[in-house]
Design a protein around this ligand. Structure first.
Ligand code: FMN
Length: 342
């Protein structure tokens, strides 16, 4: 690896690899610390946690590494929902719930404990904080920057990159179309872009001098090199770490990632209302919906997904994965990070 790869990041890394924050229990303190201890940057996922749980995880991670760590938060905008459409979806899902003897979830909006989590970050000061789903207001980024916390905003287009740069983000995390999990697209109703990641990096590189971290579908050293050559200072990988020994990926998800009967990934709004890429399964095929009420749809399907995981049913569960899932492998995160490093 040439040192120039990370030269433009505002902090030093031995390896230009960022372990993506993965909400839902996957980014354990053990995984985050292992990525950092391997010379990359590990990220905790703040999404869906209470502020107290997030604080505990930061403290637990700090006990496992003296290197830098990142924390990611969801930025959830208020929305107007079509109550009738949501109720129709609830009825449509009733047969899934009946199968498990449970109720379909009820929908609600919340901001994922935004202010409480910001307080935790200001108190415990992780080295880097990234945001997804939207860009925080200038004041929020200013406050974190003033505490010497590096701020990063995930973007999927040149327009989003411009907004994040104007509001004071120090780093842009460029997420490409092949990424596993939720697309970071600011407007949940918009169709996320589909241009190849190197083209998106080049387009954003032409509009800003900010450091770029880029990812989406990256699972080989050659792909890492391509992304760095396109102008990124580091690469963010999620799917490549899903089978790591330290990852909290549930056993149904782990098995599906290694099951040859899952032959492709697909972007769906069926599980949460936001577009997200995962292994194509029956739930996706049976509910090919355009509804974009996030987080309401997340809450409607949450009990079904929990029951599916408990019953080891990969066809009613969100199996988030990027297009590179075929080349992911098991083993210590340190080996996975070393294998990816050019
Ligand atoms: C299981 C899973 C969960 C994810 N959760 C988050 C999250 O909580 N916050 C976030 O910013 N990105 C999340 N992402 C997206 C990653 O940050 C990143 O964009 C993506 O993993 C890159 O594509 P790849 O999975 O093909 O490497 C998630 C991705 C996966 C696969």
């Amino acid at each position: 690896m040439s040192p120039s790869h990370t030269a433009s990041l505002p902090f030093d890394l031995k390896r230009p690899i960022i372990g993506a924050p993965m909400a839902g229990g996957i980014s354990t303190p053990e995984l985050v610390a292992a990525v950092t201890n391997a010379g990359g940057l590990g990220f905790l996922a703040g999404g869906y946690k209470t502020p107290h749980q997030l604080a505990e995880q930061i403290i637990a991670t700090r006990a496992l590494t003296s290197g830098p760590i990142g924390v990611n938060l969801f930025v959830v905008a208020a929305n107007d929902v079509d109550e009738h459409e949501l109720e129709t979806y609830r009825q449509e899902l009733k047969y899934y719930a009946d199968r498990y003897g449970i109720e379909v979830g009820t929908h609600k909006w919340d901001d994922d404990s935004w202010h409480g989590k910001l307080d935790v970050l200001q108190d415990l000061k992780p080295d880097v904080v990234s945001f997804t789903f939207d860009c925080p207001e200038v004041e929020v980024l200013d406050e974190l920057n003033a505490l010497d916390i590096h701020t990063a905003v995930t973007v999927t287009s040149t327009d989003e990159a411009r907004i994040a740069a104007e509001r004071g983000a120090q780093i842009l995390i460029v997420q490409g179309t092949d990424a596993g999990g939720h697309r970071a697209t600011f407007d949940p109703a918009a169709e996320p872009g589909t241009e190849p990641l190197p083209d998106l990096i080049t387009a954003i590189r032409n509009t800003t001098d900010l450091s770029l971290i880029a990812g989406g579908g990256i699972s080989t050293r050659e792909q890492v090199r391509t992304v760095l050559d396109a102008g990124a200072a580091a690469v963010q990988v999620g799917t490549a770490l899903l089978l790591a020994d330290e990852a909290g990926t549930n056993s149904t998800h782990r098995s599906a990632l290694q099951d040859p009967t899952f032959t492709e990934t697909k972007v769906t709004r069926a599980f949460t209302g936001r577009p997200a890429r995962g292994l194509r399964n029956r739930f996706m095929d049976e509910h090919d919906r355009s509804g974009h009420a996030y987080p309401q749809i997340h809450y409607i399907t949450a009990p079904l997904r929990a029951a599916a995981a408990a019953n080891n049913d990969p066809h009613a569960l969100h199996l988030w994965a990027g297009t590179g899932y075929r080349t992911t492998h098991t083993g210590p995160a340190a080996d996975i990070i070393a294998d990816l490093t050019p």
